[in-house]
Each structure stands twice: as C-alpha cells, then as structure tokens.
Ligand binder design. Structure first.
Ligand code: 2P0
Length: 376
C-alpha cells in the first residue's frame, strides 16, 4: 500500500507446468472446457516463473496491462474473462459476508504488470504461468478466496494446473457452466478413464518406469493427433526427433527406462529423469548436440555435476552429432504453486501505478495477447 493508503499493490509469482497426460481439444471454446482430463507436473519457480503486480487505484482512469515490458490490449477476451470473474467473486463475497462492508475498491480500475523469468519460447507454457499468476494476484488484490483454478482456466486451460504445486490433475468436469472443470493437487479417488488411471497409479507408487513410458506415449499420441488433423499441425522439428531417438537408444543401452521426453505445442523437449541419472544423460546430450563453444551457458538453472561418457554408450547411441542443435538446457525440479511476494521492493509497479523498469507506452506492433502457449 502506498503512503496515502489510496492504492493497494500486490505481487505474486506462479509456476510453469508440463502436462504428462495432455489436454488437447475443447468442448466449449468460451468457457475453455476440455474434452479430456489432464495431469501435469509443476516446475520449480527458482528456474521458471511469472511475476505479476496488481495495483488498484482510485486515480486510475482505466484497466491497463503491461506484459514483459510492453503495454498490451486489456480488451482481450481471455483477460476480460479473468477480470470479470474475480470482480464478480469479490462482489459476491462482500455481499454474502456483510452488505455494509466497504466495497469502494471494486469500482476502482487496476494496473497489471507481468514478467517471465524465462524466454517465451514455444512449448514453455508461458500462458499457463501467466494466467495463473494474473488470477492469483487479482484474487489477493480483491480479497477473493476459494477455488481459483476455475477462473484461471478461463484465461488458458492449462493455467488451472499452475494453481497448485507438485502433481496436479485437471478434471474435465461435466457441467455446461464449467464449475466442475477444475484443478486439484493429486487425489487417487478421482475416476478418470484410460491412461490417466495408469498414470495416477504410477505416481502414487513412485514407479518411474511406468510414469516415463506413459509420459512418452501420451506425448507421441498428442503429436500424432496433431499430424492427423488437416492441414497437419507440426510442432516437432529435426532436433526434436533426434532427442526422441537419443532417449530411446539411451534407455535401450541401459536396459531400463531411465529418461522420458514430452513435447507440448513447440519443438522444445521436456525431459524427466531421476536425479542420479542427470549427469550421465546431460553428458550424452552434450556429446550428440555439441554446444557453441563461445555461446552462453549450456546448462542453466540447477548445477549438474560432470560425468564421463562411456565409449559403449556413445557407440550404442550412434547418432550423427548435430552441432548447436540445442542452444541450452534448463535444469530444474518439481515445485510449489503460486506464492505471494511480501517484499514491496519487488513490486513491478511503482507508487504512481506505472511499471518501474519497462516501456510504458502501448506499441501497436506488439499487440499480441496471443491465445496460444507462446504468449500470454
Ligand atoms: C497441455 N497444451 O496440456 C497441452 C499439451 C499443449 C500441449 O495446453 O486453453 O490449446 O486455448 O489456452 O493454447 C495447449 O494450449 O490452450 C495446451 P488454451 P492451448 O498443456
């Protein structure tokens, strides 16, 4: 809060999630209701996160939003859905609790400023972290509690899963108003069909082999579905296919499934493995995708100890090396859901309600509040 108490400022962070049973296809485009349930792993915010500041001020003329340094169009329908829902819940809460409660903040406009600490590269789920963070921060600002994944879902489907940490399930629900289409931190009793049942069993019994195989099969099926649409949607490139080959040959060499890949709506691979296999697998990646010698760091995020690669493994994999095929690897681990940032120096908006360090003016050529994974 600023000194005159007229403005309230809140900052929160939210994580990226990677689906291992993927969401693809909607039964309702406006409410964003999926045709199947999905399951994801929330990644740690030390490596990948969105930070959002929301200020509510009686001097603001209109709602405004700045994304990654540029002012964007607040009238985007998905942003409007989230704002409308949070304001509706805030009004309902105040009316329910005490009709006399001061609700002046509800008539005030908001300024929103949001940044990612990771590149908005294809398949890195920036819309999931972005909308989860937006909804979580708006909820703080408007004093809204309760099941917020239903609101985040209306920004971007996968965003509802970023409202929790660890393994998260998005239940497709059956109601036409979408009230039962929500995320929950993993629960065994939910009844879901097919591969999801097997995945839930694998997660509960900590069966990495089963988890890894189901993850790869679901990724392959998702990309097969994309290829089987007309015209086809092609997300994977030559490097993606080489990574798939590398993983299968690596696992085959060791006679067990140590590593799994999954790909979202883009060519970037997300690799799951157990901690003890990280140095060896990374070394294999480095050997078959030799990095640029003068480029930046090849491994970002959590440090990875060095390992020596055996000649047997190199021969068993036997792929033609692809120099610079991979620019870098972000090493991370599962992590918690959204967090409130208490330190006021971390607010992205200053006491005047404008971004502290970013471009303040709207530039039409960057008017890309995208409805896909690569944008907000
Ligand atoms: C997921 N993806 O479960 C899947 C896997 C991509 C691959 O969420 O709700 O279709 O329209 O913002 O853009 C794709 O995201 O979702 C997605 P909406 P969109 O993570």
């Amino acid at each position: 809060m600023t000194e005159d108490g007229m403005e309230k400022t809140y900052t929160c962070t939210a994580p990226v999630n990677i689906a291992v049973i993927k969401y693809w296809g909607k039964r309702d485009e406006d409410l964003i209701l999926p045709i199947n349930s999905s399951l994801s792993v929330t990644l740690h915010q030390d490596q990948l996160k969105t930070t959002t500041t929301v200020a509510i001020g009686n001097s603001f003329q209109e709602d405004r939003i700045w994304l990654n340094g540029k002012e964007e169009d607040i009238s985007h329908p998905r942003l409007q859905s989230c704002l409308r829902e949070i304001r509706r819940l805030a009004r309902k809460r105040r009316n329910d609790a005490d009709p006399g409660v001061d609700s002046t903040g509800l008539t005030h406009k908001v300024h929103i400023c949001s940044i990612n600490n990771f590149p908005t590269a294809a398949g890195l789920a920036s819309s999931a972290a972005g909308f989860a963070c937006l909804v979580y921060t708006l909820a703080q600002a408007f004093g809204v509690e309760g099941e917020l994944s239903v609101v985040a879902r209306q920004g971007s489907g996968s965003a509802c899963r970023s409202m929790y940490g660890g393994f998260v399930q998005w239940l497709m629900g059956h109601q036409s108003d979408g009230k039962d289409s929500l995320a929950q931190q993993h629960r065994a009793e939910s009844v879901v069909p097919g591969r999801m049942v097997e995945m839930i069993k694998a997660v509960h019994s900590k069966d990495f082999t089963e988890f890894a195989e189901l993850t790869m099969k679901d990724s392959n099926q998702f990309h097969a579905t994309c290829l089987d649409t007309y015209p086809p949607i092609i997300y994977l490139n030559r490097v993606s296919h080489q990574v798939i080959n590398l993983v299968h040959r690596y696992n085959h060499h060791y006679g067990e499934t140590r590593v799994a890949y999954t790909f979202d709506a883009g060519p970037n691979a997300v690799i799951f493995t157990l901690e003890q296999h990280i140095p060896d697998f990374i070394q294999a990646v480095r050997h078959f995708f030799p990095p640029e010698t003068n480029g930046g760091e090849f491994i970002k995020g959590l440090p990875v100890p060095h390992a020596d690669l055996s000649e047997e493994l190199k021969i068993a994999i036997g792929l033609e090396p692809m120099p610079k095929g991979i620019s870098y690897i972000i090493s991370t681990k599962p992590g918690p859901g959204p967090c409130v940032v208490r330190d006021p120096t971390q607010h992205l908006l200053g006491p005047d309600g404008l971004p502290k360090n970013t471009v303040r003016h709207h530039s039409p050529e960057t008017d890309t509040v995208a409805k896909h994974k690569n944008g907000y």
